[in-house]
Write a protein that binds this ligand. Structure first.
Ligand code: 4NP
Length: 167
C-alpha cells in the first residue's frame, strides 16, 4: 500500500454479499483505467460469522455472469486499525454505518459514509440480499456498478487529482 494515493474499504454486515461485490466491481474499473497502483481496495464486515469464507455462492455466480471474478476474496471483520489504513470507509447501509461510527477513533481524518450516494440512485442503502432470492443479488450489482462509477469520478476529481503524478 506504500505507493497508493487513496485507500478505500467497502463494509457490509457479513462481507460475503454486498461489500465483496463492491470490492470486485470497483477493482475492475480501477484496473481498466490504469489506476491499480494508485487506489488500494479492500472489503470487510461488521459481523464475524463468515470469517475466512469466500463470498456467498449466489454473489459469486451473479458477479461472474457480469464478468467479475470474486473467488479470491475472503471474509474478514472490520478492525480499529482500518481507520488508520483507509481514507474512505464506505458502508452499504445505515446499520453498518452506525456500527462503524461506534468504532471510529477520534483521530480518524478520512471519510466514513454510505457508498450508494456516490451514484445516481434514489436510494442510499444497498439492501441486504442474504435472506432473499437471486433478484436481490442482481439489484446489488446494479446499484454497486452505478455507485462505483460515481466513486471513481469523485476520486479522479478529488484526491487523485490533487496527488503529484506517481513516479
Ligand atoms: P452481506 O450479507 O452483509 O451483504 O455480506 C449478509 C451475509 C450474511 C449475513 C447477513 C448479511 N448473516 O447473517 O450471516
Amino acid at each position: 500500500m506504500a505507493n497508493t494515493d487513496v485507500a478505500v474499504l467497502f463494509v457490509c454486515l457479513g462481507n460475503i454479499c454486498r461489500s465483496p461485490t463492491a470490492h470486485g466491481v470497483f477493482a475492475k474499473r480501477v484496473t481498466e483505467q490504469g489506476l491499480a497502483n494508485q487506489i488500494h481496495i479492500d472489503s470487510a464486515g461488521t459481523g464475524d460469522w463468515h470469517l475466512g469464507e469466500q463470498p456467498d455462492p449466489r454473489t459469486l455466480l451473479a458477479a461472474q455472469q457480469r464478468g467479475y471474478d470474486l473467488s479470491h476474496l475472503r471474509a474478514r471483520q472490520v478492525k480499529t486499525t482500518d481507520f488508520d489504513r483507509f481514507d474512505y470507509i464506505l458502508a452499504m447501509d445505515r446499520k453498518n454505518l452506525a456500527n462503524l461510527q461506534q468504532l471510529q477513533p477520534p483521530h480518524f481524518t478520512g471519510h466514513l459514509r454510505l457508498f450508494l450516494p456516490f451514484g445516481q440512485s434514489a436510494m442510499d442503502e444497498v439492501p441486504d440480499p442474504y435472506a432473499g432470492g437471486t433478484e436481490g443479488f442482481e439489484q446489488v450489482l446494479d446499484m454497486v456498478e452505478q455507485a462505483a462509477e460515481g466513486l471513481l469520478a469523485h476520486l479522479r476529481d478529488g484526491p487523485l487529482n490533487e496527488s503529484p503524478p506517481s513516479q
